[in-house]
Design a protein around this ligand. Sequence first.
Ligand SMILES: Nc1ncnc2c1ncn2[C@@H]1O[C@H](COP(=O)(O)OP(=O)(O)O)[C@@H](O)[C@H]1O
Ligand SMILES: [Mg+2]
Length: 259
Amino acid sequence: MGYEVRSIAILNQKGGSGKTTTAVNLAACLGENGRRVLVMDLDPQASATDWFGVENPGRGITDIFVDRAPLLELVRATDVLGVAIIPASAWLQGAEKVLRWEPKSMKILGHYVDELPQHQWDYMLVDCPPTLGLLTANALIAVKEVLIPVEAHHLALPGVDRVIASVETLRAHLNHELRVSTIVPCRVDPRTRHARRVVAELRSRYGKLVSQVEIRENVRLAEAPAHKQPITLFDSRSKGAKDYRALASEIIAAERPLA
Ligand SMILES: Nc1ncnc2c1ncn2[C@@H]1O[C@H](COP(=O)(O)OP(=O)(O)O)[C@@H](O)[C@H]1O
Ligand SMILES: [Mg+2]
């Protein structure tokens, strides 16, 4: 029996929330569990592309916005089990500027995603830029789920409501299947009362949407990108690897068999 393909945008308009760290390491942990994962890097900073050590990424996903190139041709293999990536590049910033703010421009990625061969991947994870602009709108139309990583800091809380409000707007007008499926506390230092209070506040506001696991602050996660390896390969026994494996298990537990 098959399972529904999961498509998840990893989104928080606040930079430094843990989006890229979550996209890369969640992908690797899903891959360890036998899942086939396609990461789409939609951030002009191309941090996920760099982290996977993609050589000569070219313009990457920018091509679909400017040349209307087939998405499948942009897919690159990685050294990580089960994980492939569509790279980003700085060109993406220019693409966003030339697109007009209209529904047609928001549907480009979704159009190409619909044309991907079905069931070649079990998961599509989109690493979003730290903005709620046209690129992010494209992600929100192309996927069904949104995962919001939240840095455990009180300044991060209002941002969560803004992401939820954007998702609601998109759902009402352009993508009826879209929903926030998971809110993940990130960079949690369990020794500080401040971090514990923020996580408690998240749980009281958003209840079951908040993952059981809290991704702890772990320097190995911050070191891994320089080594071009996800945490599972860079330091398989670190707290970071343990936490992202636990997150992957929670996400896998929510898989749904095809009706
Ligand atoms: N759990 C963590 N422990 C330690 N450092 C982290 C953790 N999560 C993220 N970081 C660091 O925080 C910074 C921002 O994370 P990143 O994933 O790039 O956020 P975003 O993609 O939302 O901008 C990076 O320097 C990253 O290495
Ligand atoms: Mg990022």
